[in-house]
Write a protein that binds this ligand. Structure first.
Ligand SMILES: [Zn+2]
Length: 425
């Protein structure tokens, strides 16, 4: 029985045979291959999705690929790839901490050790009990703390796979570990920042390929707008609710002579779950227009939406009228709240904010009238939206719409017809 079957069996047993192995295997493959979710997390999600209790999943020994940002207890067998030490002072006593990279056959991870039971050298294989993980600069780190027990294993008993996953930009996810992308620098702005009292240069900007765009930060590396680069050994972190590509001189970077056509293809909402997206294109149907859409009044000082002339912060104010839409778009794989600003709302409604005010007045102050007008224009209407999508655990996906378009169903039918003709049908 291979590992995959073993995981399917775990899930099957917890569900008490209520769901067949084939369904479970299909789900598991989908989560791992398409969503690039670590196996332990995938298993938990599938068990709870299929009505089981995910806490029944036992995971005594983990693999690097399974490690999440806040694992409280980690038992794992590792090989030391690099190890460095650093002296520091605490309570007047000189102490030493260690840091470096460890790995197993599923991948590599940085570690920090505040204490070492045994002296570790590069190349040592070690069994670790009761370590924990934390997130630092958006990247998972393994920590050997006071309660961590280490014992040396026979040499070469752990093999290391330096996993560098080749990926298209649209696929990039913080859980992927090291990645390799080929992309074109669309924007690059140098910045100097102080890190531990040392000035360091970082370039921030946007890189794109034929599937999409992503913001990046490049540490101690010069990049220029227009460069086409193959970056191998970068990683993805979540920054302000969206993915960001990070790399430094440890990555291997090669300048390419070829050009890349940067374009966006529509992404599925499912693929944005848990990571968000930068300037992405989404196609779907508006299924709901939420409360708070239409004519609203805001505090002129702080922009809060007010229901009276009293701002909780600024007291009595003269509220400023505004228009906005909070709608829900469904693309068949998931839902997303999309927020249209005043200008976009005016375009959708075909009226400006003053006209909206007079319509409300004509209806004896009933603000719902505007929301109903929006519902009439948008509900069940297919749209193509572009913008930044923020993923927050509590609220799901939210897009601040940058551009929108109504999808013309006739065009779609026409395109399909043309395609069939080309194919000779
Ligand atoms: Zn205010």
């Amino acid at each position: 029985m291979d590992d995959f079957d073993r995981h399917v069996d775990d899930i099957y047993n917890i569900l008490g045979g209520k769901v067949d192995r084939e369904t479970i295997a299909k789900e598991l493959r989908n989560w791992i291959v398409n969503f690039k979710v670590p196996i332990i997390e995938a298993k938990r999600s599938i068990v709870s999705k299929l009505g089981g209790d995910p806490s029944k999943l036992t995971n005594n020994e983990k693999k690097v690929v399974d490690l999440g940002p806040n694992d409280a207890r980690v038992d794992i067998k590792l090989k030391v790839i690099t190890i460095n030490s650093k002296e520091y002072e605490l309570d007047g006593i000189n102490r030493k901490m260690y840091y470096g990279i460890v790995g197993d056959e599923t991948g590599t991870i940085p570690f920090t050790a505040w204490k070492l039971d045994v002296e570790l050298r590069k190349g040592d294989c070690v069994e670790v009990k009761n370590a924990y993980t934390r997130e630092w600069q958006g990247k998972v780190q393994l920590v050997f703390g006071n309660n961590t027990k280490l014992s040396l294993l026979p040499p070469n008993s752990v093999n290391v796979k330096t996993t560098i996953n080749p990926a298209k930009i649209v696929e990039l996810h913080p859980k992927m570990g090291f990645v390799e992308v080929v992309g074109k620098i669309l924007e690059a702005n140098p910045k100097e920042v102080m890190v531990d009292g040392v000035p360091r240069k970082v370039y921030e900007g946007i890189i794109g390929d034929d599937t999409g765009e992503i913001p990046f930060s490049a540490w101690d590396i010069e990049v220029h707008k227009g460069d086409v680069l193959r970056i191998s050994g970068a990683y993805v972190r979540t920054f302000r609710g969206m993915p960001q590509l990070v790399f430094d001189p440890r990555a291997s970077i090669e300048k390419r002579e070829e050009n890349i056509d940067v374009r966006e293809i529509p992404v599925t909402l499912e693929s944005l779950e848990g990571k968000g997206g930068f300037n992405v294109l989404v196609e779907g149907v508006i299924i709901d227009v939420k409360k708070g859409s239409g004519l609203i009044y805001r505090c002129p000082e702080c922009g809060r939406v007010l229901t009276s002339t009293i701002c909780p912060v600024h007291g009595k104010v003269t509220p400023k009228p505004d228009l906005r839409i909070k709608a829900v778009l469904d693309d068949g794989t998931g839902g997303m709240i999309c927020i249209f600003n005043r200008e976009q709302t005016e375009k959708i409604l075909g009226i400006d904010v003053n006209k909206a005010i007079s319509i409300v007045q004509e209806n004896f102050g009933n603000m719902m009238v505007i929301r109903e007008m929006i519902e009439e224009k948008l509900i069940a209407v297919p749209m193509r939206l572009r913008g930044n999508v923020i993923s927050k655990e509590k609220y799901g996906l939210t897009m601040l719409v940058r551009d929108f378009d109504f999808i013309n169903l006739e065009d779609i039918a026409k395109n399909a017809e043309n395609l069939l003709e080309e194919l000779g049908w």
